[in-house]
Design a protein around this ligand. Structure first.
Ligand SMILES: NC(=O)c1ccc[n+]([C@@H]2O[C@H](COP(=O)([O-])OP(=O)(O)OC[C@H]3O[C@@H](n4cnc5c(N)ncnc54)[C@H](O)[C@@H]3O)[C@@H](O)[C@H]2O)c1
Length: 256
């Protein structure tokens, strides 16, 4: 442990994983705690948040769980109030929650579009609206929004790509509005990461194709995304705002 986040209080949304293994949110929560942060692990499925907290506590880290649905403004307010009640301040909001949608354009229904926009994009506005007054009180802070390379490439996952591109627009807009308060807002765009979110029903063949798609042909892991979040949460990135940190093993710059 290098104490890169010592003294900081962080909220991680979607801090659980939907299946066995370590997703992006769980990895970020664990690494934040390893680096000395106190972490509020938020998930709409409390068992998932509890599992991440148990892992953190087994390493003598400081974390507690909260059930909340970040598509609801009242839950976001409660989430931020809980972090401040439990830990006395708020420094970092890590907006990790997101759901996939793989439908090509002509198959996307209105309901699916609305659901994906609510979970992947609206949630990040609502959590930020709730968190900003507390970040201002702390003298500044860091908001990290998880986007995806799906926002930057011609993937057929229509609603997901649009929502994740919206995350980048939201990030830049908020960075512009909040710099005066010393609040940095950045996005992370992960590539093909093997997490419980994508593992469900994935064939071994597709898993291998995803690995080979990047320039660095090691499988991407939740930890890779988590380490990027540690950097953006820490004071090491104090002069970095409105940026998209692509964590994809070079996938998005390949010419093949
Ligand atoms: N795995 C990849 O290849 C990949 C690539 C690019 C981006 N991402 C992004 O990474 C993020 C998630 O990664 P993960 O591995 O942690 O996923 P995950 O599905 O394992 O975990 C996400 C958690 O979020 C929770 N959640 C879902 N909706 C919620 C809501 N409304 N309120 C509160 N909690 C909610 C789920 O219960 C789940 O435990 C997403 O934003 C995803 O789009 C993943």
């Amino acid at each position: 442990m290098a104490d890169r986040l010592k003294g900081k209080v962080a909220i991680v949304t979607g801090a659980g994983s939907r299946g066995p293994g370590v997703g992006n949110g769980k990895a970020a929560a664990v690494l934040f705690a390893r680096e000395g942060a106190q972490v509020l692990c938020v998930d709409q499925v409390i068992e998932r948040a509890l599992e991440t907290c148990a892992l953190i506590r087994s390493e003598n880290g400081d974390a507690s769980p909260l059930q909340a649905d970040v598509t609801r403004a009242a839950d976001c307010e409660r989430m931020v109030a809980t972090a401040v009640q439990r830990y006395g301040r708020l420094d970092v909001l890590h907006n990790n929650v997101g759901v996939e949608s793989r439908k090509p354009m002509m198959e996307v229904t209105e309901d699916e579009w609305d659901r994906v926009m609510a979970v992947d994009l609206k949630s990040m506005l609502l959590t930020s609206q709730a968190a900003v007054p507390r970040l201002v009180e702390a003298g500044g802070g860091s908001i990290i929004n998880v986007s995806s390379v799906a926002a930057l490439r011609a993937h057929g996952r229509t609603a997901y790509a649009a929502a994740k591109a919206g995350v980048i627009g939201l990030t830049i807009s908020l960075a512009g509005q909040l710099a005066k308060d010393r609040i940095r807002v950045n996005a992370i765009a992960p590539g093909f990461v093997y997490t419980p979110m994508v593992a469900e029903g994935m064939s071994a063949e597709l898993r291998e194709r995803r690995r080979l798609a990047a320039l660095i042909q090691d499988e991407g892991k939740g930890w890779d995304v988590g380490w990027a979040a540690v950097y953006l949460a820490s004071d090491e990135s104090r002069w970095v705002t409105g940026q998209v940190l692509v964590v994809d093993g070079g996938l998005s710059i390949t010419t093949r």
